[in-house]
Ligand binder design. Structure first.
Ligand code: ZN
Length: 370
């Protein structure tokens, strides 16, 4: 096994900067793309591996102390307690369970937000949403390799994905295993990566997802679309797509459970005499009958004109709290009429009654933004 410092052509006390420069120079010279041929390719791997070991302070320190990272059983050294710990308590498994890891990984979940208004919530809504995720690379179909090429067994770890080294310790000679730095633990390397995806097996892409949002959703709710998230590395399975809904507040209607709430302002004369009227509901016109003598705070309930629940089909109600409007500008003729009415009606004096914390006061507070 060649000495890593010799391979890079630097002295044992070379700085990180010198190591990096030496590696760059050799890599340019030996890279398989510019210099095809077995010999150059072999040397390129050696150079890359030497750089991997020496460019990391910790692995360089261990190398300097004599711990060979390539299963060279001759070189001894004291690896410190971390290694002994790993060996006895399982992190690296002492090589027993050393198996290469798969290039294929499950893709990440993706999250998009969609804005709705309250009307969308009543019946549900359809949206085409733009999603920006990783998708399978069409060129290599997730193989990560240029056409006609395939991954090759890693020369450094022999395809196991792990390298072993022996450490002489207080407890005797122990063998530790760690992921191979050359193939990153995959057991294979890709000599000719797919140019489209740079050897990742996937590319980013924008696409449109057609989505049916059920009725009854509320702000913060996340709909899960299994398998519509990011495709995994090297053609691994997709993650899920989550769609988080945000429902804008409405100028007139608010929501309580599956019910819709609003305030109905009624002129004093209509409140006294009663009337019929039509209001604009979220789902079209609603006929209302206001009985004579209706009071501020009375609630008119229109069955089945609220929100379709997320689970179920029975729509909630529309509840309308009455607020009687007292006339504020009377001309002299109107004033005389009211005075005349007051004399004849013998209205009671203002009097105290129990404070009412009813639905209407809640509605009113909400309406005023309290
Ligand atoms: Zn590709």
């Amino acid at each position: 096994m060649a000495d890593h410092y010799e391979v890079l052509g630097v002295s044992r006390d070379a700085s990180q900067d010198e190591i990096k420069k030496a590696y760059r120079r050799l890599a340019r010279q030996l890279h398989p793309d510019v210099n095809p041929g077995d010999d150059a390719s072999e040397r390129f791997k050696l150079v890359t591996h030497a750089y991997d070991v020496l460019s990391d302070e910790e692995s360089r320190r261990r190398y300097d102390m004599g711990g060979d990272d390539n299963g060279g059983f001759g070189a001894g050294g004291f690896g410190g307690f971390g290694d002994i710990f790993e060996t006895f308590f399982g992190a690296a498994g002492g090589g027993r369970s050393a198996r290469p890891r798969s290039r294929r990984e499950r893709g990440q979940d993706a999250l998009v937000r969609v804005d709705l208004d309250l009307g969308d919530v009543v019946f549900g809504a359809h949206r085409d949403i733009e999603v920006d995720t990783a998708v399978l690379c069409e060129t290599c179909q997730g193989s990560c390799c240029q056409e006609g090429t395939s991954p090759v067994t890693c020369d450094i770890c022999g395809g196991s994905g792990h390298v072993q080294r022996q450490v002489r310790s207080l407890l005797g000679n122990v063998v530790t295993s760690q992921p191979c730095g050359t193939c990153e633990g995959y057991g294979t390397t890709i000599p000719y990566p797919c140019a489209t995806c740079a050897g990742q097996g996937r590319v980013r892409s924008r696409r449109t997802v057609s989505l049916d949002i059920p009725a009854g959703v509320e702000t913060g709710l996340r709909l899960q679309l299994p398998g519509s998230g990011e495709v995994g590395k090297a053609g691994g399975p997709n993650g899920d797509l989550y769609v988080e809904v945000s429902v804008a507040s409405h100028a007139t209607f608010s929501r309580e459970g599956d019910d819709l709430l609003a305030t109905l302002e009624v002129a004093m004369t209509d409140a006294v005499l009663g009337t019929e009227t039509t209001i604009d509901g979220l789902d079209g016109p609603v006929d209302l009958e206001i009985r004579p003598g209706v009071q501020s705070g009375d609630v008119l309930t229109i069955k089945g004109r609220g929100i379709t629940p997320l689970r179920g089909t029975q729509r909630g109600d529309l509840r309308v709290g009455v607020q009687v409007l007292t006339p504020t500008k009377l001309d002299s003729a109107q004033r005389r009429l009211i005075e005349d009415f007051a004399k004849k009606a013998k209205a009671p004096k203002p009097q105290l009654a129990q404070f009412q914390q009813g639905l209407f006061s809640k509605l009113r507070d909400r309406f005023r933004g309290h």
